[in-house]
Design a protein around this ligand. Structure first.
Ligand code: HSE
Length: 309
């Protein structure tokens, strides 16, 4: 195989109560990437389309940095060229950098005959993610590579758990087109948290994991609460409370910030409810004058998809 074209999906990190550890993978929003072998050794990014200002320089681009980490480990006697067709806006909170970082290593690994397992690919991709957000978190990378819901049990050593998702579970993503840098949204958070808040948070995270294992939609709803991060970061997101109320009134199970925002995600039982939530949030956002996109997506249990090879 000389060339591969992939769909590298958007992801929702944190999922309310699982800051830096829980995430899930989307189906309807993602980038496309072409990775091909070259006779010239090394890694080159030859094209980035999508209208965003992103560096072609390999050591400054998340896809390039993760690619170099894999390239050094594999040390092949040929090189790679990467083309990136971005649809996920950087700074949107739906895993733009993770899609690029995970996509390059997935594509290169496929062209090499899959010498690395998904945990190793996660490790390489985290090197790229680190230059975008100034932290090596894996809660976007892991769902992009493994698909479905993932829990990062530990980053050192890296241990990812795959969590099942009910087949009728849908996500609605409301993305107001303002940029929030992950590094800035992280700087807002306190270093210490009250024990009482921690107790609520780990009770909710444990309950959410249990609910996903047992298809308990009511419990997904009652567990999808974030008392630690959301109160700080929601101040950066216009219309956050009204988006949440609109989703609740349209019967969403729960709503919180997608990654570090500004996107807001809701989980819903069934496609019909998801479209009700989409319509309610659309009506609301139309009246604000802020440009926005809304996506409805089933949980993508596959992760990155091969389009052509
Ligand atoms: N867990 C990370 C954060 C995800 O919330 O800072 C960033 O998308």
């Amino acid at each position: 195989m000389e060339e591969i074209k992939i769909f590298s999906p958007g992801t929702v990190a944190n999922v309310g109560c699982g800051f830096d550890v829980l995430g899930f993978c989307l189906d309807t929003i993602g980038d496309e990437m072409v990775i091909r072998k070259t006779t010239e050794k090394g890694v080159r990014i030859s094209k980035i389309e999508g209208g965003f200002e992103l560096p072609l320089e390999v050591t400054k681009n998340v896809a390039g940095v993760s690619a170099l980490a894999l390239y050094e480990a594999a040390s092949p006697n040929f090189g790679f060229e990467i083309e990136i067709y971005k649809a996920i806006k950087p700074g949107s909170g739906i895993g733009s950098s993770a899609a690029s970082a995970a996509g390059s290593v997935f594509g290169m690994n496929s062209l090499l005959g899959n010498p690395f397992d998904t945990h190793q690919l996660t490790y390489f991709a985290m090197k790229g993610e680190a230059i975008a957000s100034k932290s090596e978190h894996a809660d976007n990378i892991a769902p992009a590579l493994f698909g479905g819901f993932t829990l990062v049990k530990s980053t050192h050593p890296l241990e990812i758990l795959q969590i099942p998702s009910p087949s009728d579970l849908y996500a609605v993503i409301a993305h107001q087109k303002i940029e929030i840098k992950t590094s800035e949204a992280r700087a807002l958070l306190p270093n210490e948290i009250p024990l009482a808040d921690a107790i609520i948070q780990w009770s909710n995270l444990g309950s959410l994991i249990h609910a996903l294992h047992t298809n308990n939609f009511a419990l997904i709803g009652s567990a999808l609460k974030d008392v630690i991060v959301e109160p700080h970061r929601s101040q950066l997101i216009p219309n956050f409370q009204t988006l949440k109320t609109a989703a609740h009134e349209a019967n969403a199970l729960g709503t919180s910030i997608s990654g570090s925002g500004p996107s807001v995600f809701s989980l819903c039982q069934g496609k019909a409810v998801a479209h009700d939530v989409e319509n309610a949030q659309k009506e609301l956002l139309k009246s604000t004058g802020i440009p926005f996109d809304i996506y409805v997506s089933k949980i993508n249990t596959q992760g990155i998809k091969i389009l052509t090879q």
